[in-house]
Design a binder for this molecule. Structure first.
Ligand code: CO
Length: 134
């Protein structure tokens, strides 16, 4: 059902510092920061040969990732995103198997302009999973 690893998202307390560390110490190709107010994040994209890393910093008072940083002040892995062909079919199959979809069950348009869903981390061994219709 799941396909390629689309990206791994890391929450960081200081985006400029994290972007610089990936550029200078790890030699990665790092994008300019992009503010996504509708998602409550500012993001930097790191292109790797086989996938992407997204560095996320909270944007605005009601950012979903603010609480994550309160619990993990030095940052950490926030979610992992797998590609799927048909997000509605995958959702229905997961729900039939008892997995919980976060929110109102309907795919939202994600940071890449494509439909996404998030699955409850307690159903997948502590990892928040994002599914993106590629
Ligand atoms: Co994501």
């Amino acid at each position: 059902m799941i396909g390629r690893l689309n990206h791994v998202a890391l929450v960081v307390p200081d985006l400029a510092k994290a972007a610089m560390a990936y550029r200078q110490h790890l030699g990665a190709a790092v994008s300019q920061p992009l503010a996504l107010p509708e998602h409550g994040v500012t993001v930097v994209f790191i292109e790797l040969p086989n996938t992407k890393i997204e560095l996320l910093e909270p944007l605005g008072e009601d950012s979903m990732i603010k609480r994550f940083l309160e619990k993990n002040p030095s940052g950490g892995m926030h979610h992992i995103c797998y590609e799927v062909d048909d997000i509605i079919a995958v959702r229905d199959k997961l729900k039939a198997g008892g997995a919980r979809v976060l929110g109102d069950d309907n795919p939202k348009i994600g940071a890449h302009g494509k439909p996404v869903l998030f699955l409850h981390p307690k159903d997948f061994f502590g990892t928040l999973i994002e599914l993106e219709q590629a």
